[in-house]
Design a binder for this molecule. Structure first.
Ligand SMILES: [Zn+2]
Length: 295
């Protein structure tokens, strides 16, 4: 049977309207169920930190469950950030091979890929010549320094829930005198890689907490002198060394910008300065990259 032209038009219109409705509904469903993920920034250098943020779908198989992902052979630790969002701060160890990495985030049967480019970077090498007696440590000093390194390692291996408050801010306003990653060659022998930033400073100048957290170490160390460590959660710690004085106590909750101590030259320091470092999940990371993150 042939339909009359107006009837045919009506049916065509109906069919197209149904098709559009079905299409929009599908799109909305897809949107509600889709796993999304992003990295910040998408280019780093070895020693940096990047942020991975994922929103899992409302699908019961995914909702509320930690997503699963790996970077450079290491499982990523995600933390809930409300509304099916999860965040992770990821350390790029200074030994990481520069290349473009793909991170596959898995959640409730879904997968999403993000990319992070690790660019090559040539860190400075610094040659230092000192009298041998200043370089070689006696057995007592060696034993003490070893014990302190072990204590610090244990503290830095804890992971608590996020405790920071927005972006990280530099602990002092002075200039950096030595950057992160500088290779030190002492009397012709490669000795260490600088694991933090050295800030210029006068003895007695205030040192501020780079963010909110809890004091987990306040002690006098052989190398670091008066050393303070603040736990910011998610395995991230800030470390302050060579202080002349402490202004806070162990276990004290600290606000961002609070004065925690004074610049000094305690421990092995050739002059007053602040050695400042970040440790993320047991990895020493470049403070400059954390200060840039929009948290
Ligand atoms: Zn230093």
């Amino acid at each position: 049977m042939m339909l009359s032209s107006p009837k045919r038009r009506l049916i065509t219109r109906l069919i197209s309207r149904v098709a559009v409705t079905v299409f929009i509904t599908l799109l909305m469903r897809l949107n509600a169920y889709a796993l999304t993920a992003e990295v910040q920034p998408d280019e780093v250098i070895p020693g940096d930190v990047f942020l991975l943020k994922a929103q899992v779908s409302k699908n019961p198989a995914a909702a509320g469950n930690l997503p699963d992902a790996e970077f450079s052979g290491r499982k990523i630790d995600f933390f809930p950030d409300g509304n099916n969002y999860f965040i992770a701060l990821i350390p790029v160890d200074i030994e990481t091979k520069p290349e473009r990495y793909t991170i596959t985030i898995k959640s409730g049967g879904e997968e999403k890929n993000v990319h992070i480019k690790v660019k090559p970077y040539k860190f400075l090498t610094k040659k230092i010549t000192l009298p041998e007696e200043k370089v070689i440590l006696g057995p007592e000093d060696l034993k003490r320094a070893g014990k302190e390194a072990e204590l610090l390692k244990n503290i830095l291996s804890q992971t608590t829930s996020p405790g920071w408050d927005g972006r990280f801010k530099a602990p002092v306003d002075t200039k950096v005198s030595e950057t992160f990653g500088v290779k030190r060659i002492m009397n012709g022998k490669k000795t260490s890689v600088h694991g933090g930033l050295d800030y210029k400073g006068q003895t007695g100048a205030p040192v501020k907490a780079v963010n909110a957290g809890t004091v987990v170490l306040r002690d006098e160390f052989f190398f670091g002198g008066n050393t303070l460590v603040i736990d910011h959660g998610m395995g991230l710690f800030s470390v302050y060394m060579h202080l002349s004085e402490f202004k806070v106590a162990t276990d004290e909750k600290i606000a961002k910008g609070q004065v925690i101590g004074l610049v000094g030259m305690t421990g092995r320091a050739t002059g007053p300065h602040l050695h400042f470092g970040f440790n993320l999940l047991g990895v020493r990371v470049n403070p400059a990259s954390l200060f840039k993150l929009k948290l």
